[in-house]
Design a binder for this molecule. Structure first.
Ligand code: GNR
Ligand code: NI
Length: 179
């Protein structure tokens, strides 16, 4: 059990293409456990293995709602191994995205509204489902990480530079080395 350091821009590892998982074994399951711990600690709603420096096609996700008044937090952990998008809608919708690897920066990204996806779970069992809403947004964001793509790559050059400038300023104000 471990909370792993999250890789942030401009680390070149975020640009790597992740390799398919050949066998869903104990080593992969141990990584998944650490990824959940890291994601919940951050906190975030999704995490790709490359964000903790491991270039394999493993994603974890939990779209847990923030605790409602007086209610219990609802956890819904999901694992996606070797995910594929089979089809996607023509219609795109904007969503205000953020990324643990581009800390504290948010921008609207347009993506297909719903997708049909196939993946393996942590037991190696295959799933195929139509996904929409935040689940579709998040899976597409995480699958981009597997190809070395970040949400800021979907923005205009001007907007991307604004986001990176704000990040550099935030780091400078916090006394970190600028990107
Ligand atoms: O925690 C996260 N929130 C989020 C919000 C909108 C769209 C995508 C995301 S994913 C992000 C965690 C992350 O960086 N995953 O790669
Ligand atoms: Ni991300």
């Amino acid at each position: 059990m471990a909370i792993l350091p999250i890789v942030e821009v401009p680390d070149p590892r975020l640009r790597q293409i992740s390799s398919p998982v050949k066998e869903v074994n104990a080593e992969v399951r141990a990584l998944i456990k650490d990824m959940f711990e890291t994601m919940y600690d951050a906190p975030g709603i999704g995490l790709a293995a490359i964000q903790v420096g491991v270039p394999i096609r493993v994603l974890v996700m939990d779209l847990h709602e923030p605790e409602e008044e007086g209610g219990e937090p609802v956890n819904d952990p999901r694992v996606f191994i070797n995910p594929e998008i089979l089809t996607h809608s023509e219609e795109e919708v904007p969503y205000l995205e953020g990324c643990l690897s581009v800390p504290d920066q948010y921008a609207e990204v347009e993506r297909p509204d719903h997708i049909r996806a196939r993946w393996l779970d942590e037991k190696g069992k295959q799933h195929e489902e139509q996904l929409d809403g935040l689940l579709a947004v998040c899976l597409q964001h995480e699958m981009d990480h597997l190809e070395g793509i970040l949400f800021i790559d979907h923005l205009s050059r001007l907007k991307r530079e604004m986001v990176l400038k704000k990040l550099a300023k935030m780091r400078k104000d916090r006394g970190e080395r600028a990107a």
